[in-house]
Write a protein that binds this ligand. Structure first.
Ligand code: PGA
Length: 237
């Protein structure tokens, strides 16, 4: 079953969430594993009826008392099943680095929360021909230091996130296959790989024809319930 992970980022306020939720309760995802990832304050608004909820963050600390942090145990107590780690926006603006990802993944796994670990090259890295090197580094520097359990990779080229541009199908297929091969080679296991970056209801059908993609991580387009409904229809066709 393919994933459709809806990353609301820091969008939508309480009234929007209530409206979204009302419509969500009328939508059923039959052939898709739907995961709603709202901002942290709204996690408890979602009833998880026919879909799962994910968190956009988890504390990188385990046993410290820290104002403003949200622990794996707290997320678990809300029924959170997934957490996004390593998103390019957090790499860029929060300056999160490998040690943060390693600690967050460990905390998630300890609490039986599945990790969606985001990787992807910048435009400069792509133009310099370094995509494979960057992807391999982002994989090994983190996954070498965690238990390879309950981890899903999200391939999100940084230049495709929120920009309206996305890789050509051939490039996307090659990069996803590279990620899958390298993981199998290094860890002797298969991990599912999602694609994310400028997905919407008009292009998800075409992306869905790329067989090696195990699902989609959608930002902007997922904050509109009509577009979510259309994306589901496209995948379930
Ligand atoms: P986008 O974001 O769909 O708005 O490009 C994807 C993501 O950041 O997960």
């Amino acid at each position: 079953m393919k994933y459709l992970v809806c990353n609301f980022k820091n969008k939508l306020v309480k009234d929007d969430i209530v409206k979204y939720n009302n419509r969500l309760s009328e939508i059923s995802a039959k052939k898709v594993k739907l995961v709603v990832v709202p901002s942290l304050p709204f996690l408890a608004f979602f009833d998880k009826n026919g879909y799962s909820i994910g968190s956009q963050d988890i504390s990188s600390f385990m046993d410290k008392t820290i104002t403003g942090e949200v622990t794996g145990e707290q997320l678990k107590s809300l029924g959170v099943e997934y957490v996004i780690v390593g998103h390019s926006e957090r790499r860029e603006y929060r300056h999160e680095i490998n040690i943060d990802f390693i600690n967050k993944i460990n905390n998630a796994i300890y609490n039986d929360i599945k990790v969606i670990y985001c990787i992807g090259e910048t435009l400069k890295e792509k133009e310099d021909g370094n995509t494979y090197m960057v992807l391999e580094k982002q994989i090994s520097e983190v996954l070498n230091n965690v238990e390879i359990k309950n981890i899903i990779i999200a391939y999100e080229p940084v230049w495709a996130v929120g920009t309206g541009v996305r890789p050509k199908n051939k490039e996307l297929k090659e990069n996803i296959e590279f990620i899958k091969d390298i993981i199998e080679e290094k860890y002797d296991t298969k991990l599912e790989v999602l694609y994310g970056g400028s997905i919407n209801a008009s292009n998800i059908g075409e992306l869905n024809t790329i067989k090696c993609i195990d699902g989609f991580l959608v930002g902007g387009a997922s904050t509109d319930i009509n577009s979510l409904e259309n994306m589901l229809l496209e995948i379930e066709k």
